[in-house]
Design a protein around this ligand. Structure first.
Ligand SMILES: *Cc1c(COP(=O)(O)O)cnc(C)c1O
Length: 345
């Protein structure tokens, strides 16, 4: 049985959060002499600590109620907060499936948590049998599932994720940074069903706001309250919150650009398939392609020399590079450069 209280760190369970001036008086009108702010300027006041307006816009967009939404300074902050809430440093463990996003490991190392890494199978899917013995480990608090997975690009099977949610009595984090690029149903719609589920999304990819650092977590109310308790009081700047609100208000731009990216991805796949230099294109539910080549180090370097920057991923997947889908002219430059390089070899 999943019991939230038994897996939260005791010091966090008993933590009395900082109560800011903005928490104690919520009105908009009056003479504000409560927070030692400068009375002059346009960014002189502390922002609201609960990002209510942004949450209302998000809620109107996806139907998830505000009490189930948390806003972080990028998903990166949320990953770190989750470790800090549930994992006792030097004692507890987390688990993920590799190759995957590097921040789960970095955040584990910062918090002195052992991260168990289970290799995915040849189709980059979860090997359930490898996982089963770990369910019994009481020190195992978190399982990170990145779907669509970075750098492989694929989503994990729904039945495998359900199996984990139903059998693991710790917290399951599904990182959906790339969810907007495919039509699969978001796991955020399942937070009522699974009390141990946290789904993270971000404004950094499909919403084109990587510089604004806005990440989202969806979970049941108790988990959201824990995140609120542990976060810094003003973790989201007003400038960044405004940028996210404006993005949600300009959904035609979002949809139009997303369509271009998806069309470009199809074209890129067709063009890459014709090049001898590309040995394999892995299936992708995201805005990037993992490709296998003959010699990833060499190809990466040759591309850099032509001012085309891709991401070497051969330390994770043999002889692979990861290519983000760019603007039409950028993708054309990549394809032309690859074609030239093919001729040279
Ligand atoms: C890009 C990415 C993120 C985004 O992180 P932010 O801190 O929100 O920018 C999260 N998870 C994965 C797997 C990513 O690839």
């Amino acid at each position: 049985m999943f019991d939230l209280k038994t897996i939260v760190r005791p010091n966090i369970l008993g933590l009395k959060p900082y109560s800011s001036a903005r928490d104690e008086f919520k009105g908009n009108e009056g003479v504000f002499l409560d927070a030692n702010e400068n009375p002059f300027g346009t960014l002189n006041r502390y922002p609201n600590s609960d990002q209510k307006t942004l949450k209302q816009k998000l809620s109107a967009y996806n139907g998830i109620v505000i009490k189930n939404i948390f806003i972080g300074n990028g998903s990166d902050e949320i990953i770190d907060l989750i470790y800090r809430i549930f994992c006792n440093p030097g004692k507890d463990k987390a688990l993920t499936f590799t190759p995957t996003f590097g921040m789960y490991q970095v955040a584990a190392d910062i918090n002195a948590i052992e991260l168990i890494t289970l290799p995915l199978n040849d189709h980059f899917q979860i090997k359930k049998d490898d996982l089963k013995p770990y369910f019994k480990d009481e020190k195992l608090k978190l399982i990170f599932i990145c779907s669509p997975n970075n750098p492989t690009g694929n989503c994990f099977k729904k039945s495998d994720i359900e199996f984990i949610l139903e059998n693991f009595n710790g917290i399951v984090i599904i990182d959906e940074a790339y969810a907007d690029f495919n039509d699969n149903k978001s796991w955020s719609q399942s937070i009522e069903t699974y009390p141990n589920l946290i789904v993270t999304q971000t404004f950094s990819k499909a919403w084109a706001l990587a510089a604004a650092r806005i990440g989202i977590a969806y979970a049941n109310e108790e988990i959201i309250q824990l995140l609120n308790k542990v976060k810094m009081p003003y973790n989201i700047s007003k400038l960044n919150e405004t940028a996210a609100i404006e993005a949600l208000e300009n959904r035609t731009t979002f949809e139009a650009n997303k369509q271009i990216i998806l069309e470009e991805k199809k074209k890129l796949i067709t063009a890459l398939k014709k090049l001898e230099i590309i040995k394999k294109i892995y299936p992708s539910d995201a805005n990037f392609l993992l490709v296998e080549v003959e010699d990833a180090d060499k190809l990466y370097q040759n591309l850099v020399e032509q001012k085309v920057i891709t991401r070497k991923r051969n330390s994770l997947v043999k002889n692979s590079i990861r290519i983000t889908v760019g603007k039409p002219e950028e993708n054309e430059k990549l394809i032309n450069t690859l074609a030239d390089l093919s001729l040279r070899t």
